[in-house]
Write a protein that binds this ligand. Structure first.
Ligand SMILES: [Zn+2]
Length: 454
């Protein structure tokens, strides 16, 4: 039986597909725990990657979302008291643009982006304030990943620039070793990677596939050069990941978030973790966050993300992990996405977050995590309801960059120009998921899928 004190890396998956991908990249798989801490409802896959013992936990099937992710991470930290660094690895919706040639199967890694206010590489876009006759204000920010992971990202980027990410080869090697993965996890035909122009909407209430109802002609699909040779994917992109309880399925809103905030990817769990579970977010792109969503690329994208995560962890030496403070279970619920809610998000003022301990040099600790909190923050004041005409992609020069109004946190009490569109910017096109904060603890959390031992 395995001793939980031997594990220093936590790995969170949001689905059984993602957990399978994670397990496939373990160098060794360990026995189950002899016991878990009281209150820990997770089931784990345990193993080794390089020099690190890794505990993999997954969200309950059918319960994605910020609150569920926070619950799983918090439970993990009850049992694994020595977990110091974490990764959230899985799939997400990409935000391709004339600047970022994001394709299905590519990997997006959360990266610090002060220019757009994404201090932790993650931006929660359903967290803020709705004020009468004012535009929706995004407030707060999320913590940065631990230093050991940020340093490793730098090393991985340099190596990839020199030799290429080689993710395709790593994924193929895993599939070759685990032949039963081939049917579900192999790379789909690249010709099925269609990026529809943002104005093209998949007909609602139909199960018919895109090629049948949306077509693939020049008029509807963005024409992109075929990747080949050294430019062959999957590629890795670094930047801001947008997180919310809602699923993003709106190409126009997606484009707007790229233009105003530089968002590269949308997902639904990271915002629940960043301030209580020191982690890096790694997402394999399985769709384009539009109405043309299908599941064909999900398994492969889960594998490409896991391949990057293993690459990253292999760059981290145990001494760096030991230098991080162990994370501790969250004391309170995560932000639910409700407006004006004060959860784990750092407030954009000098007021310490409840439970945070002020540190010399302007840092504070959340739940014992050692990563510093930025002392200055920006509040993006945007009006995403005021989406102009469709920002189609076919011609890169057709991209327009609307004005982005960023104000320093200190200006919170100042008047801001009244918006002609009062109320929340929450677009009707975002599908609101049920609140997962009250999920039943008795729900089975994980259906283990273990690949054959390697
Ligand atoms: Zn379609």
């Amino acid at each position: 039986m395995s001793d939980p004190n031997d594990y220093t890396v936590g790995w969170i998956s949001a689905s059984s597909i993602e957990a399978t991908a994670a397990a496939a990249f373990l160098d060794d798989m360990h026995e189950n725990l002899s016991s878990k801490a009281r209150g820990d409802h997770n089931t784990y896959i345990l193993g080794r990657i390089g020099q690190h013992n890794v505990a993999i936990a997954v969200l309950p099937d059918g319960e994605p979302g910020i609150a569920a992710a926070a619950d799983v991470a918090s439970d993990m930290l009850l049992t694994f008291r020595n977990v110091r660094i974490g990764v959230l690895v899985g799939i997400g919706g990409g935000a391709p643009s004339s600047v970022n040639d994001i394709r299905l199967g590519d990997v997006v890694v959360s990266s610090n982006d002060n220019e757009h206010g994404g201090h932790g590489g993650v931006f929660q876009y359903d967290y803020g304030k709705t004020i009468q006759e004012q535009e929706f204000r995004y407030t707060g920010h999320l913590n940065r990943p631990p230093r050991a992971l940020r340093t490793a990202v730098t090393a991985v980027r340099s190596r990839h620039q020199l030799r290429g990410p080689q993710i395709k080869e790593k994924v193929q090697a895993i599939i070759s070793t685990n032949r039963h993965l081939e049917k579900s996890f192999r790379s789909p035909d690249p010709r099925t990677d269609r990026l529809y122009k943002s104005s093209v909407v998949h007909p609602p209430n139909t199960r018919r596939p895109c090629w049948e109802v949306c077509g693939d002609g020049f008029a509807k699909v963005v024409q992109r050069e075929e990747r080949s040779g050294s430019a062959e994917g999957p590629a890795v992109h670094y930047g801001l990941i947008a997180s919310a309880n809602q699923e993003m399925r709106d190409a126009l809103l997606r484009d707007k978030f790229f233009e105003e905030k530089g968002v590269l990817c949308f997902e639904r769990e990271a915002a629940g973790l960043m301030n209580s579970f020191p982690c890096l977010v790694i997402r394999g792109i399985c769709d384009y966050a539009d109405t043309h969503r299908n599941k064909d690329w999900q398994a492969y994208a889960a594998l490409t993300a896991a391949a990057y995560a293993k690459d990253l962890l292999s760059q981290v030496v145990p001494d760096q992990v030991e230098a991080e403070r162990p994370a501790k279970p969250s004391a309170g619920p995560p932000p639910s996405g409700d407006n004006n809610h004060i959860g784990n998000i750092s407030q954009p003022t000098d007021t310490p977050h409840p439970g945070a301990t002020s540190q010399p040099g302007g840092t504070s600790h959340h739940g014992g995590a050692s990563h510093p909190v930025e002392t200055t923050s920006l509040v993006a004041i945007t009006n995403l309801a005021a989406i102009a005409s469709p920002a189609a992609f076919p011609n890169p020069v057709a991209f327009t960059t609307p004005a982005v109004h960023l104000q320093p946190a200190a200006s919170h009490t100042q008047d801001v120009p009244a918006s002609p569109l009062p109320g929340s910017i929450r677009a009707q096109s975002i599908k609101k998921e049920s609140d997962t904060s009250s999920r039943k603890k008795s729900t089975p959390r994980f259906c283990e899928t273990r690949p054959a031992s390697k």
